[in-house]
Design a binder for this molecule. Structure first.
Ligand code: PAF
Length: 291
């Protein structure tokens, strides 16, 4: 595995790979690699000739009161994991090269970036869209891989790619979970043992939503209220949002009559966790009168 820190060196390598007729699979990360990242890498290795991952804790996607400074950084361990996973190139640029002091260009994906997490983390998705666009330009992958846990991020990136005609395919892969259902996330490292147990309430809440919808509940407000009741079992859980939205435009859904995304952001103590589930509404009962 080759570790690259400079933007120009990464671009030169990518151009050479492409000129050789090989395809590039790209997994952008902020490091603190876990099984979720490894599942994306595995798929990239299956699909593409060469796999590149980036490790860059992107300052522009953190708000002033957020955890940029204490975000887990474990480069030496990440390097070992990446090597073991069979990565070809690890791109880890310096913040000063990505955002020089005169940097002033940002990408905004309107409306989508204001819903769900966007309402609680102003500017977050502008930071995400900007860095992903920059990384796609530098790495020039054929396919880039993202996890479903960050569903809104994936919708925003797909929209940006479509709107700006960026020549890359975006693949979104299922959330990888702990045995108790907790979605894998680098931020799980902040949780102590008790909080980790409490955090499984997010998945239980999503499962309740799935059961209710599959049993035929069509009223979103009722599903959301059932979910909030379950979350209430954990005294330390503080809800940012519990929402039922259209998975394409992330607009609130009142009547569940097609596929929905149930999404939530909940603080467990001082740690903000997000999770979501795609749920199909109850299939129409078929007529069985022989017609
Ligand atoms: O999902 C992440 O880890 C980050 O938001 C990403 C896509 C690497 C951009 O910094």
């Amino acid at each position: 595995m080759k570790v690259i820190h400079s933007i120009s060196q990464m671009s030169i390598c990518s151009r050479k790979i492409k000129a050789n007729g090989q395809s590039i699979g790209f997994v952008p990360t902020m490091g603190a690699l876990h099984q979720g990242h490894l599942s994306l890498i595995k798929k990239a290795k299956r699909d593409c000739d060469v796999v590149v991952i980036s490790i860059f804790v992107n300052p522009t996607q953190f708000g002033p009161q957020e955890d940029f400074k204490k975000y887990p950084r474990s480069f030496a361990n990440d390097k070992k994991l990446a090597q073991k996973a069979g990565i070809d190139f690890l791109f880890a640029p310096a913040a000063e090269e990505i955002y020089p002091s005169n940097y002033c260009t940002y990408i905004k994906v309107k409306n989508l970036d204001e819903r769900l997490c966007g309402a609680f983390r102003p500017g977050h998705f502008q930071g995400v869209a900007t860095i992903v666009h920059k990384l796609l330009n530098i790495v020039q992958p054929n396919i880039a891989y993202f996890g479903q846990k960050d569903f809104q991020q994936a919708v925003i990136i797909k929209t940006m790619v479509r709107n700006l005609n960026i020549p890359v395919k975006i693949r979104v892969l299922p959330t990888v979970r702990e045995k108790d259902g907790l979605a894998m996330s680098s931020r799980n490292r902040y949780l102590n043992e008790r909080e980790k147990k409490d955090a499984s309430i997010l998945f239980q809440t999503l499962q309740l939503a799935k059961e209710m919808v599959e049993k035929g509940e069509k009223n979103s407000a009722k599903v959301i209220s059932g979910m909030k009741k379950i979350l209430g079992r954990v005294p330390d859980a503080k809800i940012d949002y519990v929402s039922i939205v259209n998975p394409e435009n992330l607009e609130d859904v009142r009547l569940i009559d097609k596929k929905i995304l149930v999404a939530l952001a909940v603080w467990i103590g001082k740690v903000r966790l997000i999770d979501n589930m795609l749920i199909d509404e109850k299939p129409e009962t078929r007529m069985t009168n022989g017609e």
